[in-house]
Design a protein around this ligand. Structure first.
Ligand code: AMP
Length: 188
């Protein structure tokens, strides 16, 4: 089965639309015959998307660190739960077990994980397309910052096209289906 790696807040945010979008993304994953790979947590949008997929008899693979699991933060009913030693192993395993990376709204953890995935794509270490599910314009300021990177010569225009900001699931599906990894970075 092809899994989608989803990064999202361990909090739920303070607008109903965030929770609604996690439910919708979970339904989209099942409707498109994907499984979900995620950080294994039970709280916030993490728990919401896992429950959304499970409620439709979908497949959910959680990958959590030993430290978070010992603190009883893991979802108790996943299809599969892997417990790993470090965040670095967890992030690598999430990429190895998925075909695309999608960020729902979230905090610093979410930002770090999807940014790392995209930076690894740029150096040839990750073949997953990277997508910001831009619900309620949550990621607009970050999208502008990526454009700013291009304007200031820190990201090639061709590289910028390899990360998608979108609130449209059909557009996201099309991006995944037509994606080819970026050319390797040139240094001069
Ligand atoms: P944040 O966006 O800062 O809420 O962090 C969420 C991301 O960090 C998730 O995608 C997880 O990989 C990781 N994370 C942070 N807190 C937890 C938690 N309580 N349980 C599981 N994963 C967590």
């Amino acid at each position: 089965m092809k899994n989608i790696a989803v990064y999202c807040g361990a909090a739920a945010g303070n607008k109903p639309i965030f929770k609604d979008s996690a439910i919708k993304l979970g339904q989209w994953i099942v409707d498109n015959n994907y499984g979900l790979t995620y950080g294994g947590g039970v709280y916030g949008l993490m728990g919401v998307i896992a429950d959304s997929v499970l409620e439709q008899n979908g497949y959910v693979h959680g990958i959590i660190t030993k430290q978070l699991n010992d603190r009883k933060l893991a979802h108790p009913n996943l299809s599969k739960l892997d417990i790993v030693e470090t965040m670095d192993i967890r992030k690598r395993e999430m990429l190895n077990n998925s075909i695309a990376s999608i960020a729902l709204p979230g905090g610093p953890g979410t930002l770090e994980e999807i940014s790392e995935a995209f930076s690894w794509a740029k150096i040839g270490d990750n073949d997953n397309p990277c997508i910001f599910y831009n619900i309620d314009h949550y990621y607009d300021s970050l999208m502008e910052f990526f454009d700013n990177m291009v304007e200031n010569g820190f990201l090639e225009p061709s590289g910028r096209k390899k990360v998608l900001f979108s609130d449209s699931l059909p557009e996201i599906k099309n991006f995944i289906d037509s994606y080819t990894p970026p050319e390797l970075r040139h240094y001069k």
